[in-house]
Design a protein around this ligand. Structure first.
Ligand code: CP
Ligand code: NVA
Length: 318
């Protein structure tokens, strides 16, 4: 049985307390870097980076963050490794566990991160799968904390596809006492299982989960609008169909007129300007938090590693 606390496989595995603690660590680490202070908590440790899908932010911020904490990032080559083809997942996980102190994984199937965690003995960090993106949720939470102060009772309206990013954000909202609204075309709602798992928690906290097929309805009481690409990595074959379905689900100045005046906007990036979000919103620093959130990926990832990895000074202690 995998001890889910040893890893970041899904945000749903982490308690509210641990999520909040991680956000506070990230805020502290950000302040330290801005003051020119760098911890050497992971001096001499190596962290593997296995990315089956493209990345700018995640791959860069993990590497920079690991170096800032005194460790080394080891970029692995998925094509050369041939996970499950050239060699079994079990044997790859077992070997990597003898060489590196943790493994950051971006892949298609959620099942792969779960298996690596099951077979290996090192922390596995989910850096995006088709089902979830918990690292993005941490950076988003940090940005809310810094810019809006408090989580409780806030409403996040996610305008877009009910897949990986939306799934982790629904979990984040449920865990931290926020309302979650999804605005999407018919047929692009979130998987029932994700909703069912979070419903009791939302109910217990008196928070709402709502789905709208009219984005104007969805933004009415939102504190933050969130956007993601219409066509996720690996779905390129669905591009034409998705683009026509999602056309009314663009965050633009017109849609913002239906949202409260204090409402902010963010995006996980990369943004496809002119599709899910316009230049006018992206380039409005008064409302757009996406670039701050992108910076926070750096600090949030360090905070996740801080929680999961054994500090160098404690390695080998019984
Ligand atoms: N938001 C995000 O995960 O960005 P990358 O795909 O560039 O890593
Ligand atoms: N939903 C997007 C997120 C990119 C960070 C994708 O999976 O491509």
């Amino acid at each position: 049985m995998t001890d889910k606390n040893k890893h970041l496989l899904r945000l749903a595995d982490w308690s509210e307390e641990r999520i909040l603690d991680t956000v506070e660590i990230a805020i502290r680490l950000k302040k330290e870097v801005h003051n020119g202070q760098f911890s050497d908590r992971f001096h001499g440790q190596n962290i593997g980076m296995f990315f089956e899908k493209p990345s700018l932010r995640t791959i860069t911020t993990f590497q920079v963050g690991i170096h800032q904490l005194g460790g080394s990032a080891v970029l692995l080559a998925p094509d050369s490794i041939g996970l499950g083809k050239r060699e079994s997942i079990h044997d790859v996980a077992t070997c990597l566990s003898r060489w590196v102190n943790a493994l950051v994984v971006r892949c298609f199937k959620q099942e792969l991160v779960e298996k690596l965690a099951e077979y290996g003995s090192i922390p596995i960090i989910n850096a995006l799968t088709d089902d979830s993106h918990p690292c993005q949720a941490f950076a988003f939470a940090q940005t809310i904390r810094e810019q809006l102060g408090d989580f409780s009772g806030k409403t996040v309206a996610f305008i877009g596809d009910g897949n990986n990013v939306a799934n982790s954000f629904l979990v984040l909202c449920a865990k931290l006492g926020m309302n979650f609204t999804l605005a999407c075309p018919q047929g692009y709602e979130q998987p029932e299982a994700v909703i069912r798992e979070m419903e009791p928690l939302l109910k217990k906290r008196g928070r709402q989960y709502r789905v709208f097929h009219d984005p104007k309805e969805a933004v009415k009481d939102a504190d933050i609008l969130y956007s993601d690409v219409w066509v996720s990595m690996g779905q390129e074959g669905e591009k034409a169909a998705k683009q026509s379905h999602f056309l009314p689900f663009q965050i633009n100045d017109e849609l913002l007129r239906f949202a409260p005046s204090h409402c902010k906007v963010s995006h996980c990036l990369p943004a496809h300007r002119g599709e899910e979000i316009t230049d006018s919103v992206m380039d409005n620093p008064k409302i757009n938090m996406a670039f701050e959130e992108a910076e926070n990926r750096l600090h949030a990832h360090k905070a996740v590693l801080w929680q999961l990895m054994t500090p160098t000074a404690d390695l080998g202690k019984v």
